[in-house]
Design a protein around this ligand. Sequence first.
Ligand code: PEP
Length: 265
Amino acid sequence: MTSRRKIFIGNWKMNKLPQEATAFCEAFIPAVKQVTQADVGIAAAGVLLPALATRFRGVQWYAQNCHWSANGAFTGETSASMLKSVDVCGSLVAHSERRQMCGETNQTAGQRVAALLNSGMQAVLCIGETLAERDSGRWTDVLQQQLDEGFTATGIKNWTAALGNDPERPLLTLAYEPVWAIGTGRAATAAQAQEAHAFIRGWLTRTFGPEMAQRLRIQYGGSVTLQNVDELMGMPDIDGALVGGASLKAEDFAQLVLRGAAAKR
Ligand code: PEP
């Protein structure tokens, strides 16, 4: 039996005005109150975060991006300490949409992870291959390169210290998000996702040893819905979900979290 605490995060992307976000929280938070065995978070647009994080304490609030510098001439960016100051617990890093549209690289991803961890905040590092990379059989090479380059770019030497003191909630979570499954309605099968998660855990074991590999959580993301959440979350190396489209309706996302958290593995 796997003992890692599952983690579910809704990625709202560039959706919801303040009133819509408030209405969502008023329905969603009471509906997931009974979920004590898993972590539940929402990654919201930066403009929403201060009001939501101050008012709604029943979920963990995440940003969708975080700059690696403490401050300075970086127009349009937000630092880890700014996020922390408004009770945001962490940030997504290198979501595939940012890799595709905003020039995110493995190097900048690693730098962002380091900034968050050094501030004692959660980082959710997203990795995943495109359809062409999967179809050509190169998907393990792609994941390996994203992991090799991303972890090297953090510059972190002492991972035990960097992951923080909470044994159930290490500050770094990996999110395996095959690009071909994001927003397409074509989720990876549970077997495909498990195979990729086992590959990532194998990389972690070879690189950092079994203790860290067993401790780190690996979320699956890509068209997770009420229809496939039980099977995906029943897999031994899948430790939760990063959910886009299906996180936008409070009742649906609450059901998804309840079912995913209860799934036995
Ligand atoms: C995502 O944006 O991280 C995501 C997984 O989206 P969706 O669930 O809509 O595929």
